[in-house]
Design a protein around this ligand. Structure first.
Ligand code: ZN
Length: 240
């Protein structure tokens, strides 16, 4: 178990993942490689810089799928940069954005991007708004099973909460599984998904000064309990 020292890297055979960072309210950024194919998960601010250093332009342009757990800025802040960079560098292959149904941030970024660059987009963008946890395959063979999670946010009155459109993902390749919970409170869907995963990436975003479980993030204790049910795990999104 590694805690909060970024980047976090994991590899088993030809399945790899690198968590560039996962800092609450700042940025997340995750890269998966399965065989020769790259996938991006939760591209927060800085993702383009990290990808450029890690895999370079040609490989960034080859990306077919971006997975988004929810629309909070620390998980989507880099989407605009990625879409624009791919246009400037003349990506020609399609790109699918996978995100939870009702995630206004992604739809808004997509609409704004189309509006601004309507005459100069070199590649097709496909939106996969995920309504329920059905298994599907990426165009390059990764098997994805999304699952619903509990992640609330406080409204302007400072008291009322609403559930954010939010999901976690199981990524499977050659009988190996990575479970990524995104931002979530303790929930049975995550518990079941993380169990026996080759790697579980579990958030522990709850402020430890108030060690009472809530419906936004998990305490360290809750996160470790879920993490320990997997073969290996990373704790991420821990307040600094
Ligand atoms: Zn969040």
């Amino acid at each position: 178990m590694i805690e909060n020292t970024y980047p976090l890297s994991w590899q088993k055979d030809d399945f790899q993942i690198k968590v560039f960072c996962s800092i609450p309210n700042i940025a997340t950024g995750i890269l998966i490689k399965a065989a020769k194919n790259y996938f991006i998960v939760d591209p927060g601010d800085g993702i383009l810089r990290d990808l450029n250093t890690e895999i370079g332009t040609k490989n960034i342009l080859s990306v077919s799928d971006i997975f988004i757990s929810h629309g909070h800025h620390d998980h989507v802040g880099g989407v605009w940069s990625l879409l624009t960079y791919m246009r400037v560098m003349r990506k020609t292959t399609p790109l699918t954005l996978h995100f939870p149904k009702g995630c206004k941030e992604i739809i808004s970024i997509y609409n704004a991007f189309n509006q601004v660059y309507s005459h100069s987009i070199t590649y097709k963008i496909i939106l996969n708004e995920i309504p329920d946890p059905k298994k599907f395959n990426s165009s390059t063979g990764l098997v994805i099973t999304p699952f619903p999670v509990i992640h609330k946010e406080i409204l302007n009155d400072g008291v009322t909460k609403r559930q954010v459109p939010a999901i976690g993902f199981n990524f499977e390749h050659n009988n190996m599984k990575i479970c990524y919970g995104g931002d979530t409170a303790y929930c049975t869907e995550l518990e079941e998904s993380a169990k026996n995963a080759d790697l579980a990436i579990i958030e522990a975003g709850h402020n430890e000064h108030e060690n009472i479980p809530d419906d936004m993030h998990m305490t360290l204790k809750e996160a470790k309990k879920i993490g320990e049910s997997a073969k290996e795990y990373f704790l991420v999104h821990v307040p600094e």
